[in-house]
Design a binder for this molecule. Structure first.
Ligand code: G16
Length: 552
């Protein structure tokens, strides 16, 4: 039942969170993301939308996370979390974009329109969980979010500074208490408890060392790992934490998973110890990549593709030891996945693999189609989803199976418990990776030796309107502007094993270009050439992108 008047919605907007800009803003890859100073009215309005969403879901809790994740400090953002801890359903993104862009004068009417369109019963209770990252602009935005919730008579609950995946986890647990307890302690208990249990059956062996350096990106993830670290003795996991956001240290600047992945250079502030395994988190703790430097100081990156293959191969091995063929596993990647990883998955691991558009929401829904779906973006964002069928089969074997399958099923049950299935989670993923490396008794170098990546390069181009670039085929082909795809095809044809694509970013105001080829020099040159093509055909602005220094 819609309310007769929403004057309070307008009053809050006018008095506290007025719209001060006419810059159009769109709900993108991971919510709204732009300069923090342009966001306050947007976040307030998302508080309104979260209440409407909660009521459409019969009062189940919705999440709001204030973060710009991998972006630099001046940016911020907001993303909504659905009741199962997943990203906001795509159909609602249009409501979000509409609500974010109307004038203050039209806000009341537009809110009412949305309420009627989605048939929200505004007499129901509504609950919204709010979390934020460590940006200095986040508390102000979190307050705007809470005001939006209050304006429509919902109940906000603020968690303060938490990682994005923690907030997703709290939302899931609040709506489904069989998943866990919706508190930070509940989160640690579940994930750390499972790691410790597993390590009881998997003592350190072979070339695995429990010593791990961690780059916290000067963000919330590193801070939370201080709490995680306290739970382990050095035999279980010896964490050495760096880039924890001390004074003068800037979020994501020269460190963090995105820096390491995109620039293919180590994070600053970490002692150089040849072959030491280093895990790098991003600003809000939802991405993870690994790397090490060798004795010639060359960096070797173990990205999301490596994590996906490592986890998938271990789960496959445990399923085989469970002696079940009832559970089918698949991997989901995006166009950024290194071609060598896809070949390794298909030819060596013999696991079905699918390519979808960038954005966790796309990978997550594709992964749901498998009994066990492992999804990772190359940038380190990913997790594993286990269907109820898979969980039932595994727990049945853990209870009733023969001794060896029973043992494997028990390990798999703990592995499931350690996974944050709601979204990519750097802390949970880190513990999963360490578990597999330990179970296999391998070092980072041996992990790297499982296959050889094709050299690749990722660059950015600034254009007047990034939406001038339209894509198809999981973003591997451009359909506009005219002539761009043909130009990319001609450039790619010059390089053996060459592959390249361009796509508009959904989190930054730029176009991303990716290229891979047989040598680093060729990958760098191809990427730069594709950038030139984008610049020329899609309305480039500013200076042309420069070719980065190659490592070879
Ligand atoms: C977000 C999304 C990821 C995506 C990344 C980059 O990550 O959650 O799925 O890969 O942005 O997206 P784009 O290339 O469209 O800018 P995060 O860690 O920044 O939230």
């Amino acid at each position: 039942m819609p309310p007769s008047s929403l004057r309070v919605v307008y009053a809050f907007a006018r008095e506290m969170h007025p719209k001060t800009t006419d810059v159009f803003i769109q709900y993108g890859t991971a919510g709204f993301r732009t300069k923090a100073i342009l966001l306050e009215h947007v976040v307030y309005r998302m508080g309104l939308l979260a209440v409407i969403r909660s009521r459409v879901k019969n009062g189940r809790t919705i999440g709001m996370m204030i973060t710009a994740s991998h972006n630099l400090e001046p940016d911020n953002g907001v993303k909504l979390v659905d009741p199962d801890g997943e990203m906001l359903e795509e159909e609602w993104e249009a409501h979000a974009t509409k609500l974010a862009n109307v004038s203050d004068n039209d806000l009341e009417a537009t809110t009412m329109e949305i309420i009627q369109e989605v048939k929200a019963d505004m007499t129901l209770k509504a609950s919204v969980f709010i979390g934020m990252d460590t940006r200095y602009t986040s508390p102000r935005l979190a307050a705007a979010a809470a005001n939006g919730v209050i304006a429509l008579k919902g109940t906000p609950k603020e968690f303060g500074i938490v990682t994005t995946p923690m907030l997703h986890f709290f939302v899931k647990c609040r709506n489904d208490n069989s998943y866990g307890t919706p508190t930070e302690e509940g989160y640690y208990e579940k994930i750390i408890g499972a790691y410790k249990n597993m390590r009881k059956s998997l003592p350190t062996k072979g070339d695995y060392s429990p010593c791990l350096y961690v780059d916290g990106a000067n963000g919330v993830g590193g801070k939370k790992l201080k709490n995680v670290k306290k739970n382990f003795d050095e035999e279980e996991l010896e964490l050495h934490l760096f880039n924890l956001g001390g004074s003068g240290e800037k979020l994501n600047l020269g460190c963090g998973a995105d820096h390491v992945k995109v620039t293919q250079t180590p994070a600053k502030g970490i002692p150089s110890t040849p072959y030491q395994r280093i895990a790098s988190l991003d600003g809000d703790g939802d991405r993870l990549v690994y790397y090490y430097t060798d004795d010639k100081d060359k960096m070797h990156l173990l990205d999301g593709d490596r994590i996906a293959t490592l986890l998938a191969s271990y789960i496959t091995e445990l399923l085989q030891r469970c002696e079940t063929t009832e559970v089918q596993l698949g991997i989901v990647q995006t166009a950024y996945a290194n071609g060598a990883s896809t070949k390794y998955i298909t030819d060596t691991l013999k696991i079905p693999v699918q390519c979808v558009k960038t954005g966790v929401k796309h990978l997550h829904s594709a992964a749901h189609k498998y009994d066990i779906g492992v999804y990772f973006e190359a940038n380190g964002h990913g997790t594993v989803l286990y269907s109820s069928k898979a969980k039932n089969v595994i727990s049945r074997i853990a209870r009733e199976g023969d001794p060896e399958p029973r043992e494997a099923a028990k390990l798999l049950s703990q592995f499931i418990e350690m996974t944050n299935e709601t979204v990519g989670d750097a802390i949970s993923d880190l513990l999963l990776v360490e578990t597999v490396l330990c179970a296999r008794g391998i070092s980072a170098l041996q992990w790297m030796q499982l296959y050889t990546d094709l050299p690749c390069r990722q660059l950015k181009v600034t254009v007047a309107d990034r939406n001038a670039i339209q894509t198809t085929d999981a973003e591997r082909q451009c359909t506009s502007p005219e002539g761009l795809q043909q130009r990319i095809n001609e450039l790619v044809a010059k390089y053996p094993s060459g592959r390249a694509f361009a796509r508009p970013s959904g989190t930054e105001d730029i176009v991303r270009v990716y290229a891979e080829a047989e040598s680093q020099l060729e990958a760098d040159t191809l990427a730069a050439e594709v950038c030139q093509a984008v610049f020329d055909l899609a309305g480039g602005v500013g200076a042309r992108p420069e070719l980065p220094a190659t490592q070879e």
